[in-house]
Design a binder for this molecule. Sequence first.
Ligand SMILES: Cc1cc2nc3c(=O)[nH]c(=O)nc-3n(C[C@H](O)[C@H](O)[C@H](O)COP(=O)(O)O)c2cc1C
Length: 151
Amino acid sequence: MVYKTLVAYASKSGATKEASEIVVEVLKNKYKFTVDLVDLKKTSPNLIEYGNIVVGAGVRSGKVYSEALKFLEQDFAAKKVAFFVCCGDAGEPEKYQEACTKYLADVLANYPNLKTVSTEAFGGRMKVLGKTVFDKFDPNKIRSWAEKLNF
Ligand SMILES: Cc1cc2nc3c(=O)[nH]c(=O)nc-3n(C[C@H](O)[C@H](O)[C@H](O)COP(=O)(O)O)c2cc1C
């Protein structure tokens, strides 16, 4: 059986969704992987057909979106898992390290059996009443991370 790659995301404002689409594009084009893209707010995918899994999540009010946290509770056994978040703080150079600690390292510490091959925090976007308050989304950084994914 040839295992597929899953990119599973939880997004509210769209940045994590867009980042996930970039990851899919890179994995398909550069690695010729067969990739499925799944919205964790709509679907809970069966992991059996996947060998590689990328999980992406947004952050609001200091919390990584719950659908992604729930998804990470599963037993990934020998599957290779990469995890990324999109958040405001990761787009600010002076807050980037803190964002990595809070939304990557501290979160993953809750899943001691989960060994990730790669993690990263990307800047996100925020709109208030339809007006963009900040846009720290950097497609090149996401592309470059996906190109180096150690699957
Ligand atoms: C109500 C609200 C709360 C937020 N809280 C945080 C936060 O605590 N820390 C942070 O770094 N970014 C925060 N952000 C910025 C989001 O992380 C950013 O909008 C990101 O793009 C969210 O991911 P999504 O677009 O996939 O939903 C917040 C955004 C909103 C709208």
